[in-house]
Design a protein around this ligand. Structure first.
Ligand code: UD1
Ligand code: CA
Length: 458
C-alpha cells in the first residue's frame, strides 16, 4: 500500500512559528504519531507532503524515523492549493499496483485497527472513506448519499442548507486504487467556494467511473479528530493520556487520579505498582513489581527495581535504581546514576554519573558526582564530592563500610579506604587509609580566660 500524509497546511490558528504538525502530543510531534501508525500497516511507500515551515518538517522526520523497512519520501507543496493539490505532489512516489491511503499529519490518534478496517473494506478496487456521525457537523465535508450509496462529498462552504443538515462527515481519511486516483487528480478543478483543488471531488468522479464507494467507521470518534488550535491539541492530549490511564488501571496499576497522570514515551509496569498524582514519565521508564511513586515526580529514561519507594517531588533521569531502595522526597538523580539494592537517598541529594552499591545511604543535602561508592556506606549531611577543578572532572572512590561525617568535601581524585571514617567537616585532599579515622580540622580549644564583653557605661 501507498500512504500519503498531508502535512503542508500552515495551521494559522496554532498562533505559532512552529509548523502545526511538529507540535508535540504526549511528547512526540503530531506527524510522528501519524507516521508510527502508518508504519503499523507495513506500507510499501510512505510519502509526506510538506509545505508550511519548509525543511523543518522533513528534517525532523528524517532524524526521528529512520527505518530500513520503509523509507519515507517527501514532496513539497508550494503554494498550498488544497487537499487534492497536495495529493498531486505525491503522484511520482505512488506505486500503481497497490491502493493509496490518505492520512492527515494533524490527526494523531487514529488506531491502526480502524485504518485496517477501512483498507479491508476498499479491497483492491473500491474507494473507501472513513466517516463519522457528528452532532455538530459544521465545518466538515458532508457525505451525500442516494439510496444509501455515497455519491459525493460536499464541503461546508459549497453545501446547500439541506446538505448542511447531513450529520455524516468526511474525516478526510480515505483509500482508493492508485491508477484511477491519478486520473481523477488530473481532472480536479478549483471551481468552488474556496478556489481550492478538493481531494473530496474525486468521490463523484469515482461514482461516474463506476467505481464503488464505501465507508468505514473508527472504533471511537476521537480517533479522527484533528488539531487546528492549541485548545484542540490540549483536548487530544487529555484523550490520549486518559486512554492510556484506563489501560493501565485495567492492567492493575493503581493511579491515584487517572486525570493527573502523563506519559510522554513508554511506561511499563509490573504488578502492584502505584502512582500518585502529578507524575510525568518521559522516554522509556520501567517500574518493577511493587514500586510506589509518590506525588509530583518527573521520571525520564529510568529502570526502577521492585518495591522501590520514590517519595514526592523527585527528578530522575537516565538512572537505574535497585530493588527496595528509598528515594526522596526532593531527590535529583541525574544521568549515569546507578543504585544497587536497598540504597537510601534522601532530601536535597543530587547524584550524577555515580554507582552506589547495596545498603548505602545519603539521606540529606549532598552532592555525589563521578563517584564509585561501596556497600553499607553512610554519607553524612552536607557531603560534597568536589569532582570538577573548573577544567577537568575526576572520580571519587569510597570503599565498603565507610562512614563519612557531615559537611565533608572530597576533593577528587581521591579514595576513602574500606571501613574508614571521616570526621565531620573534613576536607579530604589525599586518600584516607582503610579502617582509620581521618579528620582535617583545627583542633578544638576552649579559652579559659575569655569573658564576654559588657556594655560600657557612659
Ligand atoms: C478537509 C476535507 C473535509 C473534511 C475535513 C476533515 C477537503 C477539500 N476537505 O477539510 O471534507 O471534513 O478535512 O478535517 O479535502 N493540507 C495540505 N495542503 C493543502 C491543504 C491542506 O497538506 O493545500 C493538509 C493540511 O495540513 C491538513 C489536511 O490537509 O493536514 C486537511 O486540511 P484542512 O485545511 O484542515 O482541511 P479542510 O479544508 O478543513
Ligand atoms: Ca482541518
Amino acid at each position: 500500500m501507498n500512504v500519503v500524509i498531508l502535512a503542508a497546511g500552515m495551521g494559522k490558528r496554532m498562533q505559532s512559528a512552529l509548523p502545526k504538525v511538529l507540535h508535540a502530543l504526549a511528547g512526540k510531534p503530531l506527524l510522528s504519531h501519524v507516521i508510527d501508525t502508518a508504519r503499523q500497516l507495513s506500507p510499501t511507500t510512505l510519502c509526506v507532503i510538506y509545505g508550511h515551515g519548509g525543511d523543518t518538517v522533513p528534517a525532523l522526520v528524517t532524524a526521528h524515523h529512520q527505518s530500513p523497512d520503509c523509507a519515507i519520501s517527501f514532496a513539497q507543496q508550494e503554494p498550498q492549493l488544497g487537499t487534492g493539490h497536495a495529493v498531486m505532489q505525491a503522484i511520482p512516489a505512488l506505486s500503481d499496483t497497490v491502493p493509496t491511503l490518505i492520512l492527515y499529519g494533524d490527526v494523531p490518534l487514529t488506531n491502526a485497527a480502524s485504518l485496517q478496517r477501512l483498507i479491508d473494506s476498499a479491497g483492491t478496487d473500491k474507494l473507501a472513506i472513513l466517516t463519522i456521525e457528528m452532532a455538530d457537523p459544521s465545518g466538515y465535508g458532508r457525505i451525500v448519499r442516494e439510496q444509501g450509496k455515497i455519491t459525493r462529498i460536499v464541503e461546508q462552504k459549497d453545501a446547500t442548507d439541506a446538505e448542511r443538515t447531513i450529520s455524516e462527515i468526511n474525516t478526510g481519511i480515505m483509500v482508493m486504487p492508485t491508477v484511477p486516483l491519478k486520473k481523477w487528480l488530473a481532472a480536479l478543478s478549483n471551481n468552488n467556494a474556496q478556489g481550492e483543488y478538493y481531494l473530496t471531488d474525486i468521490v463523484a468522479q469515482a461514482v461516474a467511473d463506476g467505481v464503488e464507494v464505501t465507508s468505514a467507521q473508527p472504533a471511537a470518534a476521537w480517533e479522527t479528530l484533528g488539531v487546528n488550535s492549541k485548545v484542540q491539541l490540549a483536548e487530544l492530549e487529555r484523550i490520549y493520556q486518559r486512554n492510556l490511564a484506563n489501560i493501565m488501571l485495567e492492567q492493575g496499576i493503581m493511579l491515584a487520579d487517572p486525570n493527573r497522570f502523563d506519559v510522554r514515551g513508554t511506561l511499563t509496569c509490573g504488578h502492584d505498582v502505584s502512582i500518585d498524582v502529578g507524575c510525568i514519565f518521559e522516554g522509556e521508564v520501567a517500574l518493577a513489581d511493587g514500586v510506589k511513586i509518590d506525588a509530583h515526580c518527573v521520571i525520564k529514561n529510568a529502570r526502577i527495581g521492585s518495591n522501590v519507594h520514590i517519595k514526592p517531588f523527585c527528578h530522575i533521569e537516565d538512572t537505574v535504581i535497585g530493588a527496595t531502595s528509598i528515594i526522596g522526597p526532593y531527590a535529583r538523580l541525574r544521568p549515569g546514576t546507578e543504585l544497587a539494592e536497598a540504597v537510601h537517598i534522601g532530601n536535597f541529594v543530587e547524584i550524577k554519573n555515580s554507582q552506589i552499591a547495596a545498603n548505602s545511604k545519603a539521606n540529606h543535602l549532598t552532592y555525589i558526582g563521578d563517584a564509585t561508592i561501596g556497600e553499607r556506606v553512610n554519607i553524612g549531611a552536607g557531603t560534597i564530592t568536589c569532582n570538577y577543578d573548573g577544567v577537568n572532572k575526576f572520580r571519587t572512590v569510597i570503599e565498603d563500610d565507610v562512614f563519612i561525617g557531615s559537611d565533608t568535601q572530597l576533593i577528587a581524585p581521591v579514595t576513602v579506604g574500606k571501613g574508614a571514617t571521616l570526621g565531620a567537616g573534613t576536607t579530604l585532599s589525599t586518600n584516607a587509609p582503610a579502617g582509620k579515622l581521618t579528620v582535617s580540622r583545627a583542633r578544638q580549644l576552649t579559652v579559659e580566660s575569655w569573658q564576654r564583653p559588657v556594655k560600657i557605661k557612659k
